[in-house]
Design a protein around this ligand. Structure first.
Ligand code: AHG
Ligand code: MN
Ligand code: MN
Length: 322
């Protein structure tokens, strides 16, 4: 049984990065504890405020954001952080070696129904300059030093890549430590399972309409096989399923709010998940190419997302180039 810290040491992770990942793990254990206590820890319900995205914050969005911020800023390893719940970047320690972007609580609509939620994080090296600005965060996801998420499910799991494949750790509640449970995650190239919020069907662009219609046509349609569908409404849980048993996940552009490029955010949702999926042998695309090659323009920028089984992602993209 290998603990997170010894696994990071053994895989030659730079000590400061290992220490930062450990701090994130500790903060997430704190969030996990509060989730398990549910109503008893006062985490349920709305906080009555809106975040910069105009979304109503849940109490747990605010609590998770504050916890992560406190742990990260006191760790000494973080030069600056960006969060879904913070309008601007927050400066940390001038000697810290890393920039961290995170979604403190992903899948907020699941909190009050005791269903799966997660925390997503993306780590870049800090710039060599003394002063740090938002501009320093605006680099392609390809530059991420590490990325991962914690899934708060029946088990609490940490899924991580430092650029050497994807490892899964499970929280051993008896000892309070994450232990390595999957050494090398691999996504099969083909699949018969997809994930999309079907209720938005009439708002999608024509290529996505045709692609999904062909999946739904099953063995009688052009794809000549039956597809199953799943949608947890927490990207962490949907991507976790894909890392475990394959599939395709998409949150496409739609014309409900035509000026928004999509729903999911590049810096703390699409980029970290893109790194995990690519490191596990899958594909992660947006409308312009691989997610990891997008040059970000803003920290809260949104992008359409299509990721998962390589051949199925290619099939979906095919409808868009026809
Ligand atoms: P968040 O809770 O951090 O705002 O993210 C929710 C995201 C993502 O996790 C999920 O895939 C998607 O929103 C669900 O959207 P719908 O409610 O439109 O299905
Ligand atoms: Mn999210
Ligand atoms: Mn969130």
């Amino acid at each position: 049984m290998q603990r997170l810290s010894s696994q990071l040491q053994q895989s030659s992770t730079p000590p400061e990065l290992a220490s930062l990942i450990d701090v994130i793990a500790v903060a997430c254990k704190d969030i996990a504890f509060r989730l398990q206590q549910g109503a008893m820890s006062g985490i349920l319900g709305s906080a009555g405020e809106e975040n910069v995205q105009g979304e109503t914050q849940k109490k747990l969005d605010v609590i998770s954001n504050d916890l992560l911020k406190d742990y990260l800023l006191s760790s000494g390893t973080v030069r600056a952080l960006a969060s879904e719940e913070e309008e601007s970047i927050v400066a940390g320690n001038d000697k810290g070696g890393y920039l961290v972007a995170f979604d403190p609580l992903d899948g907020s609509s699941n909190i009050d129904i005791n269903s799966m939620v997660g925390t997503i994080f993306s780590i870049f090296d800090a710039p060599a300059t003394d002063v740090v600005s938002e501009q320093d965060f605006l680099q392609p996801g390809r530059n991420q030093a590490a990325a991962g998420y914690v899934l708060y499910g029946p088990s609490v799991m940490l899924v991580l890549s430092t650029g050497k494949g994807v490892q899964m750790y499970t929280l051993d509640q008896r000892i309070g430590e994450f232990v390595l449970t999957v050494e090398k995650v691999a996504i099969a190239r083909d699949t018969k399972e997809f994930a999309i919020n079907m209720s938005n069907q009439r708002f999608w662009a024509e290529p996505m309409q045709s692609y999904i219609a062909d999946l739904l046509a099953g063995s009688d349609g052009p794809r000549q096989k039956n597809f199953n569908m799943r949608w947890v409404a927490a990207m962490v849980a949907d991507v976790h399923r894909i890392l475990c048993r394959g599939g395709l996940f998409t949150y496409p552009w739609d014309n409900r709010e035509p000026d928004k490029a999509g729903k999911l955010r590049l810096m703390y949702e699409a980029n970290p998940m893109g790194m995990l999926v690519e490191q596990a042998g899958g594909s992660a695309y947006t409308d312009t190419g691989p997610i990891l090659d997008v040059q970000p323009e803003q920290i809260h920028q949104r992008v359409p997302v299509i990721l998962g089984a390589a051949n199925e992602v290619a099939a979906c993209l095919g409808y868009h180039t026809e």
